[in-house]
Design a protein around this ligand. Structure first.
Ligand code: URA
Length: 187
């Protein structure tokens, strides 16, 4: 993982930014949880899913009966995509650009191979498309496991989308129950 993190650091430097590395179980983790990109809190603490997204992660883990250290957590893009709000002068999050996604795609592939998880759980469209290699949409395939090469992939809605659209919550929890069955069969 050291070489991979060195490579991540080098890519982040080309954007003039500090990266947030993956964290958790780096070898043979049951689950590799793949988010979109770090936010301010993640950059501040150096950990993925540290801010309010961390609370969702706790819910995710408690439904699955797992601890944070049992899984590996990382992001598709390792730097915080942000822009300056003209009115407030503050940095605000924005979706990652194609250039940012593509800059980290090869090192993400290496990271996934190094961790060699039993299943990759993607959160939202960015992560889903990064590991499927196509433009499938989360609304069409959430909760349906599929295989890409040697890896099983389980797409989930991004927890942030569930917060903004409460109507997704029931489906999200149903998907998690399904994931729980899959993971417990594999243990
Ligand atoms: N925090 C992360 O690290 N990734 C996300 O996708 C969202 C919040």
């Amino acid at each position: 993982m050291e070489n991979i993190n060195r490579e991540i650091l080098r890519i982040a430097e080309t954007f003039g930014k500090t990266p947030v590395f993956g964290s958790g179980k780096t070898k043979n983790a049951k689950i590799l949880l793949l988010g979109e990109a770090p936010g301010a809190k993640e950059v501040e603490t150096g950990r993925p899913f540290a801010g309010s997204a961390g609370k969702n992660l706790d819910e995710f883990l408690s439904i699955l009966g797992l601890r944070r250290e049992d899984i590996y957590i990382t992001n598709t893009v390792k730097i915080r995509p942000c822009r300056v709000n003209e009115k407030t002068g503050r940095a605000v999050n924005r979706p990652p650009t194609k250039a940012e996604i593509s800059a980290f795609s090869e090192v993400l592939r290496k990271e996934i191979s190094a961790v060699s998880p039993e299943i990759i759980v993607t959160l939202g469209n960015t992560a889903l498309q990064a590991v499927s290699g196509d433009d499938r949409k989360i609304g069409d395939c959430h909760g349906q496991v599929f295989r890409n090469g040697e890896f099983l992939i389980f797409p989930l809605y991004h927890p942030a989308a569930v917060i903004y659209r409460r109507s997704l919550k029931d489906e999200y929890v149903k998907d998690l129950e399904k994931l729980k069955d899959i993971v417990s069969q594999k243990i």
